[in-house]
Ligand binder design. Structure first.
Ligand code: F3S
Length: 395
């Protein structure tokens, strides 16, 4: 991979150890994937934050990287969800030992200049690249969103690679950074209208089929932003989709002639319904309903507030979101309405990266196919998959 003089000096340690180690990662990646050079990025999003997933080894790595204080993020860089609500972990019943370690991890990232935004929907709260910007994002649902809905360019980075890119301000130029790799290779014709959890079911079916391919969707109705983030998260979890296009919806769709794509898949209402059923692992009632995967938007919190207004919820209810979105929900009175009904708006974390398996829950109700896919494998708990209005039970 070609390196400029300055990049070579970074590799040689002339800008300090943090930058040298970061360059090591980027150059190794570039060599593996045949990148011609590094390209400047405008934004980074760094995963690998929960103590549950990175443990003490991850914390040591971060503290070691920051040791000589020689490098900090040089672009707008935000963190993925940690394993706790950083401010309210005690009130919500998170284990103390876990919470202490979790705060150390987030502080270590902050020492490296990564903002404590702590969300998988940074595009809702200030980390919003422009069309065709090169970026380095690592949360898979956010990668699908930023590539597809915004039209910025990133590969599905690992956490350490996105962190290295954030510090250096560059990433290797290969894969989805190149226009020729952003073409679709499968047309998905959906014959029924979709709403709510149908989008997750569609993403789950197509992700499984297409793997790391690029699907081009033709739908009967126009999805909103929440539907698009749900769809992308599902595509990225059952498969490894990093980019999709949607006729008349996503910004690069009109650059593609779908008539030239040979592979076509037809999806009917029956397949969507069957997949919705399959995503549940039990017919027991959920003891925790956990919404906000990916992290909830303000509209999604309002939707829940409208459903529970003046009622008393039987099961426990968490809506996971970022601190910024919750601050507005507080001002709008949505949080109070939800709390009065017995639910909680939970910041930072989510049902997959939180240690919910150690908090006494057995069956988790979700409206996200990504969560339905991961809660059984990562938490060892059962899930019920449905729309919000069907999950919440009242006294
Ligand atoms: Fe976000 Fe957690 Fe889902 S990180 S996409 S809420 S699994």
């Amino acid at each position: 991979m070609f390196l400029t003089n300055e990049e070579q000096q970074m590799c040689d340690g002339e800008f300090g150890e943090t930058i040298r180690k970061s360059m090591d990662i980027l150059v190794a990646l570039g060599d593996i994937y045949g990148a011609s050079k590094l390209v400047d990025i405008t934004s980074a999003q760094v995963s690998g934050v929960s103590y549950k997933t990175i443990g003490d080894a991850g914390l040591e790595y971060l503290e070691d990287l920051a040791l000589d204080g020689s490098g900090k993020a040089s672009v707008n860089a935000s963190l993925n969800p940690p394993g706790t609500d950083l401010d309210n972990w005690e009130k919500l019943g998170f284990p103390k030992d876990f919470a202490v370690k979790q705060n150390q991890i987030v502080d270590a990232y902050a020492n490296l200049g990564i903002s404590k935004t702590c969300t998988c929907t940074p595009y809702l709260v200030g980390n919003v690249p422009r069309f065709r910007d090169h970026v380095s994002w690592s949360e898979s649902s956010a990668v699908a969103y930023v590539n597809s809905v915004i039209g910025a360019r990133t590969n599905r980075e690992g956490g350490p690679a996105a962190l290295a890119a954030a510090i250096v301000g560059k990433t290797p130029l290969y894969g989805f950074h190149l226009a020729e790799n952003r073409q679709a290779n499968l047309v998905v014709n959906v014959s029924c209208e979709l709403k709510g959890a149908d989008f997750g079911a569609l993403g789950y079916i197509i992700g499984k089929f297409v793997g790391g391919g690029v699907p081009y969707f033709k739908l009967q109705n126009t999805p909103n932003n929440n539907d698009l983030k749900t769809l992308g998260a599902a595509l990225a979890s059952s498969g490894s989709v990093a980019l999709y296009h949607m006729e008349n919806v996503t910004p690069e769709a009109n650059l593609i002639n779908s008539d030239e794509i040979e592979d076509i898949m037809f999806i009917s209402e029956n397949e969507i319904e069957e997949t919705r059923q399959k995503l549940s692992t039990t017919d027991r009632q959920p003891d925790l309903i956990c919404l906000g995967c990916p992290h909830a938007s303000l509209e999604e919190i309002k939707q829940v507030a409208d459903i529970v207004q003046g009622k008393s919820i039987k099961n426990k209810l968490w809506i996971c979101t970022s601190v910024s979105v919750k601050a507005t929900a507080d001002r709008m009175g949505y949080t109070k309405t939800i709390e009065n009904a017995g639910g909680n708006v939970v910041c930072d974390t989510c049902m997959v990266v939180a240690p919910i398996e150690d908090m006494g829950f057995e069956v988790i109700g979700v409206n996200s196919a990504k969560a339905a896919n991961y809660v059984p494998s990562m938490c060892g708990l059962d899930v019920v998959y449905n729309d919000v209005e069907n999950l919440i039970q009242f006294e």
